[in-house]
Design a protein around this ligand. Structure first.
Ligand SMILES: Cc1cc2nc3c(=O)[nH]c(=O)nc-3n(C[C@H](O)[C@H](O)[C@H](O)COP(=O)(O)O)c2cc1C
Ligand code: SF4
Length: 418
């Protein structure tokens, strides 16, 4: 395996097979209990599968945390001659490698989850949309698809159930925005990947205007475990309001960078200390959680357990689960400039508040980086960020200002003194 991320946790569910089986040998997956959930699922009522996923409390792991069972129900209830299932493996978020590790380390777990989901919602065609630069993921998933077809787990009349499901790899378009689900759908349709205006939402009108479920890789990898062990088992993991495990990626100023699977019953400080062996180069100044558009967490905030409910209460998110640690030698202005340059580059340009806003946000932060920013510049920056939070048409423009607003709240003195 060529990905460069160390697995730091040992008591794993989704990462259990990773590094322990040959991902290119379906028989090793089967020998470890693989495809048992699918065997069970194809004997179940479709609605009962969706109920089980709903009862488990599984929420999407792609960043938005939408309840998976509820999303599936929209497509299940839709009447159409064709429904689709798409797995989002675009993984463009800086510091995020979890989907890659799952694809390259245990591809059949994803395929099994996909076939169960497709059966439940009534989709007969599906795609896994993989970031174009992930050559090894693409090769591994293609090989695993072929093996699953040969074993009767994919294709026509799966396991003699009469259910057909055909799936293919689609290669990502090479832009961060292609991870946004409607841009991704446009990209699969052969168009330039740009977000669509919503509603309609994909579960009702998605790929080729047909009902389409888009789920993240980590989300779908949970499905075989929920079906095999039951929703009660899943609920027993983690905090009652945030069941299951979550993959977190530790990076930045940390002694032991890598990936951790843990139920959401630990504080981020515990995750950093227990698995990452603490910050290096100094004390923790802040951590950015969930990628470049993620919130800035102060050391005090890192001490809390951030369940989904607590995140809602404090209007923060742990997004994809990357934990980027910055020690006290780091400049907040330099950090913000890196983030602002990223979003200026990645804004697709479709709507004005984001196209112009990301450019202007970067310019003002650049002024501070050159020691030329003023109090009134900071006020303008804050006002601009607040406008951007509510006016762009997709999550990129809305969320990219999160770290800037947090930094203004927690590090105003340092920004002005820069
Ligand atoms: C700019 C942008 C980029 C995104 N990139 C990804 C991505 O790379 N992978 C992903 O799963 N979701 C990404 N999302 C979220 C998807 O739009 C969608 O919510 C998700 O794939 C749904 O899956 P889930 O319900 O299983 O989380 C992105 C959203 C935005 C706004
Ligand atoms: S918010 Fe930004 S990325 Fe999203 S559609 Fe508008 S310009 Fe494109």
């Amino acid at each position: 395996m060529k990905y460069n991320a160390k697995i730091l946790s040992t008591d794993n569910v989704l990462l259990k097979n990773v590094g322990n089986i040959d991902p290119l040998k379906i028989d090793e997956y089967i020998a470890n209990g693989g495809y048992e959930a699918l065997k069970k699922a194809v004997t179940m009522d479709r609605k009962a599968i969706i109920d089980s996923v709903s009862d488990s409390g599984l929420r999407g792991r792609g960043g938005a945390n939408f309840p998976t069972g509820r999303k599936w129900l929209f497509t299940y209830n839709a009447t159409a001659d064709q429904k689709y299932l798409i797995i989002n493996a675009d993984e463009g978020e800086p510091g995020t490698v979890k989907d890659r590790i799952l694809m390259e380390g245990d591809p059949h777990q994803i395929i099994e989850g996909m076939v169960i989901a497709a059966y439940a919602i009534g989709a007969t065609k599906g795609f896994i949309y993989i970031r174009g630069e992930y050559n090894d993921s693409i090769k591994t998933m293609n090989a695993a698809i072929k093996q699953a077809e040969e074993k009767g787990m994919l294709g026509k009349n799966i396991l003699g159930s009469g259910f057909d499901f055909e799936m293919r790899v689609a290669m990502g378009g090479g832009a961060y925005i292609c991870g946004e689900e409607t841009a991704l759908i446009d990209s699969i349709e052969g168009k330039r990947g740009e977000p669509r205006l919503k509603p309609p939402y994909p579960p009702v009108e998605g790929l080729f205007k047909k009902p389409t479920i888009v789920n993240n890789v980590e989300t779908i990898a949970n499905v075989p475990h929920i079906i095999a062990k039951g929703s009660e088992w899943f609920r027993s993991l983690g905090a009652s309001c945030s069941p299951g495990t979550k993959l977190f990626m530790l990076c930045g100023d940390i002694n032991e960078p890598g990936i951790v699977e843990t139920p959401i019953d630990l504080s981020f400080e515990d995750v950093i200390e227990k698995f990452g062996k603490g910050a290096n180069g100094g004390e923790i100044k802040f951590a950015q959680i969930g990628g470049s558009s993620g919130n800035i967490f102060t050391p005090e905030m890192l001490k809390k357990v951030w369940t989904y409910e607590r995140c809602c209460e404090f209007k923060v998110s742990y997004g994809t689960g990357s934990i980027f640690v910055c020690n006290d030698s780091r400049s907040i202005v330099d950090h913000l400039l890196t983030v602002a340059e990223f979003f200026e580059h990645e804004s697709c340009g479709k709507c004005t508040p984001c196209r112009e806003g990301t450019h202007r946000v970067k310019q003002i932060i650049e002024d501070f980086a050159f020691g030329e920013g003023t109090v009134s510049d900071l006020e303008i920056l804050k006002e601009l960020c607040l406008i951007m939070k509510r006016s762009p048409i997709c999550g990129l423009g809305q969320a990219c200002v999160n770290p800037v607003l947090d930094a203004i709240e927690y590090f105003k003195g340092e920004i002005l003194a820069n």
